[in-house]
Design a protein around this ligand. Structure first.
Ligand code: FAD
Length: 397
């Protein structure tokens, strides 16, 4: 009986286990997760769970009836590929096929690690610790105006906290969006009553306050650090597995790693995208849903499976009362085409490379997103003038 061992019981690990059964895997499946909680979904943590509108976000998967051996509270500490085993404190676990799905860890703010009242927002425990803080309506400071910072600020405002968001760059989402686009999103903070300080560097975090490099002291009953996440791959040190410069597990287009019988998927792995001509590390939910299907297909069907993993990346964010969706992947040189008034409630921006749509950001326009995503998948050309007319559907030239 051949056994697939999956390390990491988040979205990607759970989906891999489920997809193996869906695709007919008859052998054993073991799912090892470091966290003590039944596997859960992360997006609600910065939304409904944080606000206490949902108790939790456990996946509705009946592991036992699917024949999946779920072992929680079991952290994997090493990989010995020659012997086909992974190590845990309770002893080694042998595998025939291994899937690495350990996700990502949030980046810590240097010097803030041991200060009381400093939080991260990655795990269910993080969200449950933050819930009473928000309910107490204290002054909160979020460090980082990325996706997590924006969603946290949204929830904290809704809970009635005074919110200041400190961002080192000159705009929110500087790593993801160009200045022309992000400028409109900066206004959302003020509209919601949150204060956004851009170009602001944290000099020190003290109990009860954040001190900026210019000497400003921000009172902080709680501090939430949202400055990015890095692949959780430290446990692979010494395994001989190939990592990319960003420390993600470097896979091929089948999501196979450099080691025999070892795959990697989700937030911990990067893959070569022929579509975009570069290696992609995607930290979004849809990638942790789609990648596992490719992995399961290769495990179940072996050489008969020829599907390569080359998705159009997709994600969404709910911030400041808006539904924000992005599909594709753009570069600095791509041309922007606006659909609708970005100062208004609903608008879309398209990125064109030559005449071809390569990415779009839709704010409150889910239909644009759905249509645009299909056009991107097809590599379709767009007529600029028609694309700029928000009252007609997006379609190819
Ligand atoms: P993870 O979800 O990180 O799961 C990995 C699991 O592996 C963890 O449970 C971890 O404990 C475990 N693990 C790690 N190391 C080991 C080890 N050595 N041994 C055993 N287990 C280990 N994406 C969107 O597209 N839209 C959103 O709105 C959105 N909202 C989000 C909100 C929050 C607060 C967060 C944190 C993320 C959000 N995301 C969102 C991103 C999305 O949740 C992630 O891309 C997705 O969870 C990745 O799944 P994963 O399984 O690869 O990694």
């Amino acid at each position: 009986d051949r056994r697939v061992v999956i390390v990491g019981a988040g979205m990607a690990g759970v989906q891999t286990a489920v997809a193996l059964r869906e695709q007919g895997w008859q052998g054993g499946v073991t799912l090892l997760g470091a966290e003590p909680h039944p596997p859960y979904d992360r997006p609600p943590l910065s939304k409904a769970v944080l606000l206490g509108k949902a108790e939790g976000s456990a996946f509705e998967v009946d592991f036992a009836s699917l024949g999946i051996d779920l072992e929680l509270g079991r952290e994997v500490t090493g990989l010995r590929a020659g012997e086909h085993v992974v190590d845990t404190a309770a002893g080694p676990v042998p595998y025939d096929v291994l899937v690495i799905a350990t996700g990502a860890h949030p980046v810590l703010l240097p010097g803030s690690e041991d200060v009381p009242g400093v939080h991260l927002l990655r795990t269910l425990d993080d969200a449950l610790r933050l819930r009473p803080v928000l309910a107490g309506q204290v002054d909160v400071v979020a460090v980082g105006a990325g996706w997590i910072g924006a969603e946290f600020a949204t929830a904290a405002r809704e809970a009635g906290c005074r919110v200041t968001v400190v961002e080192a760059a000159d705009r929110p989402l500087a790593g993801a969006l160009p200045a022309e686009v992000a400028a409109y999103m900066a206004a959302w903070y003020a509209d919601s009553g949150a204060r956004l300080l851009t170009g602001a560097r944290v000099a020190a975090v003290e109990p009860g306050a954040v001190v900026l490099a210019d000497g400003t002291r921000l009172p902080a009953g709680a501090v939430v650090v949202g400055i990015g996440a890095r692949p959780a791959t430290a446990w692979l040190a010494g395994s001989g597995i190939e990592l990319a410069p960003d420390r993600s597990v470097a896979t091929d287009a089948r999501l196979k790693t450099s080691l025999p019988d070892v795959y990697a998927v989700g937030d911990c792995a990067s893959f070569p995208s022929a579509r975009y001509g570069e290696r992609l590390l995607v930290h979004h939910w849809d990638n942790a849903l789609q990648g596992p299907r490719t992995v399961a297909g290769h495990i179940v069907h072996g050489a008969a499976e020829d599907a390569l993993y080359d998705p159009v990346p997709y994600f969404w964010s709910e911030q400041f009362g808006r539904f924000v969706q992005y599909a594709g992947h753009h570069g600095d040189a791509d041309e922007l085409v606006w659909r609708g008034d970005p100062a208004g409630a609903a608008w879309t921006v398209c990125w064109l490379r030559g005449d071809v749509l390569v990415a779009l950001l839709a704010v409150g326009r889910p239909r644009d997103l759905a249509q645009g995503r299909k056009l991107i998948e097809r590599g379709a050309a767009l007529d600029r003038a028609k694309a700029a007319n928000a009252s007609v559907p997006l379609k190819s030239a």
